[in-house]
Design a protein around this ligand. Structure first.
Ligand SMILES: NC(=O)C1=CN([C@@H]2O[C@H](COP(=O)(O)OP(=O)(O)OC[C@H]3O[C@@H](n4cnc5c(N)ncnc54)[C@H](OP(=O)(O)O)[C@@H]3O)[C@@H](O)[C@H]2O)[C@@H](O)CC1
Ligand SMILES: [K+]
Length: 518
């Protein structure tokens, strides 16, 4: 599935027009397609189309004409006094058909009794903060009890980034023209978009441009997960070193190791604080557990580095962080690992927090992945969680550039960035907002790294499988999302990976049902 920014959509639009497909044709197809979906999904008897002064408003005029033709009682709010070009032509058609058109002052009146609101106020031509006149209209739309269908992007959401700086429409369904707009899948825009659909508007294949952000769907991951070659040896299937846990925090280490084992790692070593080692050794029957020196707080510090490096020599990837504890000793341990270990290193949780103000990641030449949530990313970027959450894509990109690593920013819209590449994961679910799921994710990605998958692909595939496992659990149990605990993911990760392998071009068996693999 394609994602486009406003700029990329504009390029495709211009290229299509150079091929003789006029803007009027594209607008007609967009509006007709959106009206068809409006009728299918909402069956309204009365609808209101709220139309702005640009082409988004022009699309809205076409939707209104089509709904009228289908027998819906339609009223239109036109935000501008004078229109030009294609929107003007479509507005004239509405008037000729006798459809009532009012100005913004009439919005409140027409909204009462509406069974559908079509939001065509602002589209991809908008960025920044909505002016007060339009903001007032947006607040009125949001206050209406009628369902809202947003044309292309919910008004007030930046279609290229998902950023929302002021008022923005909360839609039930957003119908994008030609390609899903990036702003409809990245938070907070994602939460404003509701369900997202796409209509074909007739852009020819030759007019497509290379997207800067990809949707991390199963098709985009096809072939990235290696199948273990036969005859396999436990080291040839990947050897992962996990550096996690402290005397008072053992669960995180368990979840990380178990996640790695379910993601197909051949052997997992755990180096943990000496005080936690006996308990973890008893719980983790399939892992090799070693206790390392701990400080008075029960945390591993720089003194643990020798034990870590001893094991790292046998590992093809290292995960550091879950349950590690925060402090100066921990910072020196993480810096030492980044300096000495050649194999790919994944930093999660406390390992990220420990690096606040440190240049150790940027100095590292070998591969590194960090998997922060907004708060943790904020700590190493000198910003607050709120600031990160407001500009997730921009902040993830900036962090990847500044710290010269692959960044996986956790959220319902997990974002993976490395260099110029960016992907948004669609399998996330609110059910994952519970303790321990992040530890499972770092184990899963660590396992993929240990099996030779490159960092960007390991992070993407790990995020996909992790979210998919939660969804499979929900489907299978029918239980409420709030009831999921991190351990539930472990039993469903294998099926999630089976789906990804089913999508692989090298797959020997038949493709997984519904995977669309060829
Ligand atoms: N490209 C394509 O291939 C196709 C594009 N299509 C459609 O066109 C849409 C893009 O149309 P677009 O470029 O005309 O911009 P659009 O979203 O209508 O916004 C412009 C309006 O917003 C206003 N405005 C701006 N900033 C504002 C602010 N801060 N606060 C308040 N108002 C603000 C601005 O007002 P002005 O500044 O001019 O006074 C102007 O009236 C796209 O989303 C899709 O629906 C389809 O038809 C098919 C093919
Ligand atoms: K809109």
């Amino acid at each position: 599935m394609r994602l486009y920014t406003a700029e990329e959509m504009g390029s495709a639009d211009r290229a299509a027009q150079e091929m003789g497909i006029t803007g009027r044709i594209l607008m007609e197809r967009a509006g007709v397609g959106m009206a068809t979906l409006a009728l299918e999904r909402f069956s309204p008897r009365r609808a209101v189309a709220v139309c702005g002064g640009g082409n988004n408003g022009g699309d809205g005029f076409v939707v209104a004409r089509e709904l009228h033709r289908a027998g819906v009682e339609v009223e239109v709010v036109a935000s501008k006094e004078t229109y030009r070009g294609d929107p003007e032509a479509n507005l004239r058609a509405l008037r000729a058909l006798g459809i009532r058109v009012v100005g913004p002052e009439g919005l409140e009146g027409v909204l009462s009794g509406a069974e559908l609101v079509v939001d065509a106020l602002l589209g991809t031509g908008f960025s920044g903060e909505v002016r007060e006149r339009e903001a007032a209209m947006i607040r009125q739309i949001n206050a209406s009890p009628a369902p809202v269908l947003a044309v292309d992007v919910p008004s007030g959401v930046d279609g290229s980034t998902g950023e929302v700086r002021g008022a923005a429409v909360r839609a039930d369904l957003t119908v994008c023209a030609h390609a899903i707009k990036v702003g409809c899948v990245v938070s907070p825009g994602r939460e404003h978009a509701g369900r997202v659909a796409v209509v074909d508007i007739g852009i020819p294949p030759g007019a497509e441009v290379e997207p800067s952000v990809v949707l991390n769907d199963a098709a985009s991951l096809a072939g990235l997960i290696p199948r273990t070659a036969e005859p396999a040896h436990k080291y040839s299937a990947g050897a992962l070193l996990v550096v996690a846990g402290s005397r008072a925090m053992t669960g995180a280490a368990v979840m990380t190791v178990a996640g790695a084992q379910r993601a197909g790692c051949g052997i997992v070593f755990l180096v943990t604080a000496a005080g936690a080692a006996p308990l973890l050794d008893a719980r983790l029957t399939e892992a090799i557990v070693e206790g390392a020196p701990e400080d008075a707080a029960g945390h591993m510090g720089e003194e643990a580095l020798d034990a870590v490096l001893g094991r790292a020599g046998r590992a093809s990837a290292v995960v550091v962080g879950p349950g590690l504890g925060v402090g100066e000793g921990g910072r020196r341990l993480v810096e030492g690992i980044l300096r000495e270990v050649e194999a790919p290193v994944l930093l999660d949780a406390d390992a990220i927090t420990n690096l606040a103000g440190s240049g150790a990641l940027a100095r590292r030449e070998a591969p590194a992945v960090i998997t922060p949530h907004a708060g943790e990313l904020g700590r190493i970027m000198g910003a607050g969680a709120r600031e990160i959450s407001a500009s997730r894509l921009r902040c993830a990109r900036e962090a990847a550039r500044r710290h010269r690593c692959c960044v996986l920013l956790k959220g319902s819209d997990t974002i993976v960035v490395e260099g110029d590449r960016a992907a948004v994961n669609p399998t996330g679910h609110v059910a994952l907002a519970t303790a321990g799921t992040g530890d499972v994710l770092s184990g899963v990605i660590g396992a993929l790294l240990s099996r030779g998958v490159e960092p960007y692909d390991a992070a993407r595939a790990g995020a996909w499988a992790h979210g998919r496992a939660a969804r499979l659990w929900l489907e299978e149990t029918g239980w409420p999302a709030e009831s999921l605990i991190a351990t539930d993911l472990l039993s469903h990760l294998p099926r999630a990976f089976a789906e990804l392998l089913g999508n692989s071009p090298e797959a020997e068996g038949p493709a997984a049902p519904g995977s669309g693999a060829g």
